[in-house]
Design a protein around this ligand. Structure first.
Ligand code: RTP
Ligand code: MG
Length: 140
C-alpha cells in the first residue's frame, strides 16, 4: 500500500460545538497524520467553487449556506491508503447509516450537518488539497 495524501474538512456544525480536537484525535488514532491545517471561514463564493461538482444537485444551496455559516478546519492528512482510510473513519454520509466508532456516528447531527468532509478519490484529493493549500504549507 502506498502513502497517500487526502483532503479533510471539519465542518461548521463541528467547530460550533468545539469538537475539532476530538475529531482530529480520531483521525490520528486511525493512523493518519495531519500534515497541514488551517481554520477558515469560507465565503459563499469559495464554498460554491469547492462544491462545484454538486452544483446541479437539489441540496446545493443548502450545502453552500451551511459550509459558509461558520468556521471550518481544512486539513491535509497523510498515511497508508489515506483516502480510503479517511472515508472509513468518517462513516456514511447520513449519520443514521454510520457505523459505530466512526466520526459521523459520534458527532454528525444530520445528512447536511455531518461534521466532516473527505476526498473520495486520488483526483479529487489532489484538486481539493490544491484548492486550499500551497505545497509549502504542507509539511510531511
Ligand atoms: P463529503 O463530500 O462532505 O465528504 O460527503 P460525502 O462524499 O459522504 O457526500 P456527497 O454525496 O459528496 O455530498 C456532499 C455533502 O452534501 C451534503 N448532502 N446533503 N440533503 C441531502 O440530501 C444531502 N446529500 C448530501 C452532505 O453534507 C454531504 O456531506
Ligand atoms: Mg463527497
Amino acid at each position: 500500500m502506498a502513502v497517500e495524501r487526502t483532503f479533510s474538512m471539519i465542518k461548521p456544525d463541528a467547530t460550533r460545538r468545539n469538537v475539532t480536537g476530538a475529531i482530529t484525535a480520531m483521525l490520528e488514532e486511525a493512523g493518519l497524520t495531519v500534515v497541514a491545517s488551517r481554520r477558515v471561514w469560507m465565503s459563499r463564493r469559495e464554498a460554491e467553487g469547492f462544491y462545484a461538482v454538486h452544483k446541479e444537485r437539489p441540496f446545493f444551496g443548502e450545502l453552500v449556506e451551511s459550509m459558509s455559516s461558520g468556521p471550518t478546519v481544512v486539513q491535509v492528512l497523510q498515511g497508508e491508503n489515506a483516502i480510503a482510510r479517511n472515508r472509513e473513519i468518517m462513516g456514511a454520509t447520513n449519520p443514521a447509516d454510520a457505523a459505530e466508532g466512526t466520526i459521523r456516528k459520534a458527532f454528525a447531527l444530520s445528512i447536511g450537518e455531518n461534521s466532516v468532509h473527505g476526498s473520495d478519490a486520488p483526483e479529487t484529493a489532489a484538486q481539493e488539497i490544491a484548492y486550499w493549500f500551497s505545497e509549502t504549507e504542507i509539511v510531511g
